[in-house]
Design a protein around this ligand. Sequence first.
Ligand SMILES: O=C(O)C1=C[C@@H](OP(=O)(O)O)[C@@H](O)[C@H](O)C1
Ligand SMILES: C=C(OP(=O)(O)O)C(=O)O
Length: 427
Amino acid sequence: MEQLTLAPIAKVSGEVNVPGSKSLSNRALLLAALAEGETELTNLLDSDDISHMLNALTKLGIRYTLNEDKTRCKVTGNGGAFSVADPLELFLGNAGTAMRPLCAALAASEVDCVLTGEPRMEERPIGDLVDGLREADADISYLKNDGFPPLKIKGKTLKGGEMSVDGSVSSQFLTAMLMAAPLFSGDVTIRIKGELVSKPYIDITLDTMAKFGVSVNNDNYQTFTIAGDAKYVAPGKFMVEGDASSASYFLAAGAIKGGTVRVTGIGKNSIQGDIRFADVLEAMGAKVVWHEEYVEVTGAPLKGVNMDMNHIPDAAMTIATTALFAEGPTTMTNIYNWRVKETDRLHAMATELKKLGARVEEGHDYITVWPTDSLAHAAIDTYNDHRIAMCFSLVALSDTPVTINDPGCTRKTFPDYFTRFATLYSE
Ligand SMILES: O=C(O)C1=C[C@@H](OP(=O)(O)O)[C@@H](O)[C@H](O)C1
Ligand SMILES: C=C(OP(=O)(O)O)C(=O)O
């Protein structure tokens, strides 16, 4: 197994750009495929999660051209649902933003297909989405375990009307139903059951749908209505914002050991909820400057916080390692669904933080991290979870080196993360 050891970093400063947003890239690719007309996507993310979506679109007969560095993509839309005569098998890795939205769009298309993924994908729940789609008469069956991929889908035109979806495990289920709704016949009304988690991701979905010409009536995140005549129309150009979750590692580095770190590619008007990560750093004591084109953080003594982090589930992981550098404990609450992502992140973060000698309390849906005077040099297991690799790189901002096992796992969303991180301390 490959390992990367980072020597202690005395100070970080400078400017770093983040690649395109995973959430926006995969949403925009799917909607461009379903739209009437041609869309030119720019600043597309080039990473595993996006490759899985692109490969699926190829098999679904969508024509697109990619430039050499795969950040610019011209998609010729299908002008409606997919239609493929032969049975298909689509491998979607561990990309939630491919598996869930494609499941719904394919259930509403003329296809006969199987959706598979990596072993971990077979442990990530999808039952609430399948139940919701079955209310619209979708024909989806489980090939192994009930409630989990792989799935067999016999697509057809789904009927509109009233349906519901449980939003308490993943917002991606609602996102998937919303994005597929214009393919259904007639008006669609989706009611939320349970407490909707990761709510800001729904704003990304609604904003992207609006850019492709479909408006959704959102009644307080409880009921969503899409008109029967709604159709996706290519916007011509679609610029993907930089990834706000990817920005969190650099912003945190600035807060811990800045100097000033300026992250470009995102800015104060970002549609991504994870941009609110900077507010947490501010609450911890860092100085934050907001601009249209960048966010800038300057380090200061940090103090621990106690916060509900349900709205920023991905970036919140970065706080777990930032907390090592604060005065007093940090508690992050309402993060149960960390357990159903790339790995059981609550348990994995607690386990790896403890290897550094930190005191950690792992609850069912919360974690508390206490700072320690001296951290131990440890080899951090990353569980094939890109965010664990990136979060733990921040440990090198202490007096102790850190070894990251399988650093290449960042390829899911940020293939050259360690190279870009190095520009903040090697210049
Ligand atoms: O819709 C999206 O793009 C995402 C939603 C979130 O998942 P949950 O809604 O499952 O929390 C997030 O963790 C994931 O990385 C991306
Ligand atoms: C949870 C994540 O991914 P996915 O889109 O596969 O759910 C993530 O990127 O942190």
